[in-house]
Design a protein. Structure first.
Ligand SMILES: N[C@@]1(C(=O)O)CN(C[C@@H]2CCCCN2)C[C@@H]1CCC[B-](O)(O)O
Ligand SMILES: [Mn+2]
Ligand SMILES: [Mn+2]
Length: 305
């Protein structure tokens, strides 16, 4: 595997400090060395700059729109460069608003994508449905063709062209979905496996059905957007919006191993690691180490050795 690492220390998509340290914490835990040891060719593209845009007043409810929009435009260009160089792109977050730039840049080079969104949350609020105004709860709404007419043009977001079809999306791990999001998911008929389905079917069947759904019409490159809060807070406590009853470590890793085996993984985001949300050093380490292991699973690490 040829891998390009991009740091996206974004924190303006949500209110908590600390998530901007995610990229360098994950690097410090040895991600690049471990990928190299398991046979990957790894290139580090450094961190995308995301300086605060001055006077970044809310746009309706939407908070920090200009800063988040500008940072994602930069990220989109960087991800496109990594893809043009023929590498699988790994974006290290940073909050989940980075999926705007990551998926946009990916699609600008690869065209039609399959998106697997692993998360406790759907992150599909529009500027008009968001209960918090935090853009990390909204990224998908800016990217989906079928929602284009429902999303107002936010300052510094006009560069975004919708690039994902509702039928090419699968959610895994949902357990905290807002009313407006649930309406959107049902109205668009988006495939989702909540934690209830994971319990009912088992993770192996969930992954089999996920791949059947995404590859039903045609094989396409896969964008895996992995929010660390999909895993249970006992495994990954150091995150901004923890929700009880999450995926086990084993289920989390199984997802990445299965996606790896398709041979179609083209980009992966690893987001929402926030060291300041860990109460002890052990909690931070547990969260960061899980993030590293999930990424290693994307690139061929198998637990049997
Ligand atoms: N839907 C949300 C939004 O702010 O839009 C509301 N939710 C918090 C709220 C707390 C009270 C019970 C209901 N949930 C967080 C989520 C965004 C998560 C972003 B992610 O990147 O962590 O997934
Ligand atoms: Mn989440
Ligand atoms: Mn998320």
């Amino acid at each position: 595997h040829s891998v390009g690492i991009v740091g996206a220390p974004f924190n303006r998509g949500q209110p908590r400090d600390g998530v901007e340290s995610g990229p360098d914490l994950i690097r410090a835990a040895g991600l690049l060395q471990k990928l190299t040891q398991q046979g990957c060719a790894v290139k580090d593209y450094g961190n995308v700059t995301c300086d605060d845009v001055p006077a970044d007043e809310p746009f309706g409810c939407v908070k920090n729109p200009r800063t988040v929009g500008r940072a994602n435009e930069q990220l989109s260009h960087t991800v496109a460069t990594v893809k043009r160089e023929g590498k699988t792109c790994v974006v290290l977050g940073g909050d989940h608003s980075l999926a705007i730039g990551s998926i946009h840049g990916h699609a600008s080079v690869q065209g039609q994508l399959g998106v697997v969104w692993v998360d406790a949350h759907a992150d599909i609020n529009t500027p008009l449905t968001t209960p918090t105004g935090n853009i990390h709860g909204q990224p998908m709404s800016y990217l989906i063709h079928e929602l284009h007419s429902k999303v107002p043009v936010v300052p510094n977001f006009s560069w975004i062209k919708p690039c994902v079809s509702a039928r090419d999306i699968v959610y895994i791990g949902l357990r905290d979905v807002d009313l407006g999001e649930h309406y959107i998911l049902k109205h668009l008929g988006i495939k989702m496996f909540s934690i209830t389905e994971v319990d009912r079917l088992g993770i192996a069947k969930v992954m089999e059905e996920t791949c059947d759904h995404i590859f039903s019409q045609v094989q396409k490159p896969v964008h895996l957007s992995y929010d660390i809060d999909a895993l249970d807070p006992t495994v990954c406590p150091a995150t901004g919006t923890p929700v009880v009853g999450g995926l086990t470590y084993r289920e989390g890793v199984y997802i990445t191993e299965h996606i790896c085996q398709t041979g179609l993984l083209s980009a992966v985001d690893m987001v929402e690691v926030n060291p300041k949300c860990g109460r002890t050093d052990h909690e931070v380490k547990s969260t960061v180490n899980a993030a590293v292991d999930l990424i290693l699973g994307c690139f061929g690490r198998v637990r049997e050795g």
